[in-house]
Ligand binder design. Structure first.
Ligand SMILES: Cc1cc2nc3c(=O)[nH]c(=O)nc-3n(C[C@H](O)[C@H](O)[C@H](O)COP(=O)(O)O)c2cc1C
Length: 251
């Protein structure tokens, strides 16, 4: 699989063979094709998602492996009035200007400078696609609030974990999230993780009537991608493979 990001013009097209002198590169597998195609989508068509599709997607998420098969995650799938009600509560909390009330820390505190640069670059790419100038704080805030409206997606998911889990269990949850995103992508749906939801975790927790055995980790927006929305033109890069991985003992 190419280490180039999906947006890299040098990446082979899906199914393409790379001409090489050595052994032929095997054709791209269906899994690689879905991985290369998936990207975060932040504008959706209003079409509802059939419950049958959602159940398939959630079965895929459930199939993820977990240490000792603990299966520590839970997925609360919302649409229609249930989603609108939660989104309204979250937007109101975010608009109020109250300080974040998170149930865990997503990012390192404080964020190291090199990672801060990456975070800024991701933000700039997003705002540039939307034509929001760097100094347009109101425009940036309005876009940020869209997180709490689940980007107006027809389906929103609140992802939780048992609060007594160790860090390793977040890996388990991540695997379920990726399986969910892959299954959705393969079925023609698109998604975006919403870590920002954790800033108002208490609101989601109370609104959904969750118990003490669940901690809100993130949200997820799901639906058909809006092909005409400028925000969906955002493309992200990845580290070079040599930076991402080391290989030892190969000839
Ligand atoms: C768990 C998780 C949480 C995320 N939270 C947000 C978020 O709050 N807001 C947002 O706009 N994007 C969010 N994203 C999307 C990331 O910014 C995106 O995955 C990253 O920039 C790489 O881009 P790509 O998904 O298009 O490959 C999240 C992604 C993940 C996996």
């Amino acid at each position: 699989m190419s280490d180039a990001p999906p947006s890299d013009a040098t990446a082979p097209a899906a199914g393409a063979q790379t001409p090489a002198a050595g052994p032929a590169t095997p054709p791209e597998t269906p899994v690689e094709a879905v991985l290369a195609r998936r990207r975060s989508v932040r504008a959706f068509l209003p079409d509802p998602l059939p419950r049958a599709d959602l159940e398939r997607i959630l079965r895929a998420a459930r199939s993820a492996p977990s240490g000792a098969n603990l299966q520590p995650g839970r997925f609360h799938v919302l649409t229609g009035a249930a989603l609108d009600g939660l989104a309204a509560a979250l937007v109101a909390a975010a608009e109020s200007g109250r300080p974040p009330v998170a149930q865990y820390s997503y990012f390192p505190q404080p964020m190291p400078a090199d990672l801060k640069d990456r975070q800024r670059a991701a933000g700039h790419a997003l705002y540039a696609a939307l034509g929001i100038a760097r100094r347009d704080l109101a425009g940036r805030q309005a876009q940020f609030l869209r997180n709490y409206a689940f980007f107006s997606a027809p389906v929103g998911i609140v992802v939780t974990i048992r609060p007594d889990m160790g860090k390793g269990c977040f890996m388990d949850l991540g695997m379920s999230l990726m399986a969910l995103m892959m299954a959705a992508e393969a079925m023609g749906h698109a998604s975006c993780g919403i870590g920002a939801l954790a800033n108002h975790a208490d609101v989601a927790h109370a609104h959904l009537g969750l118990g003490e055995d669940e901690m809100v980790v993130c949200g997820l927006a799901l639906g058909r991608p809006d092909p005409d929305a400028p925000v969906n033109a955002v493309r992200t890069g990845r580290d070079a493979l040599a930076q991402f991985a080391t290989f030892r003992g190969f000839s």
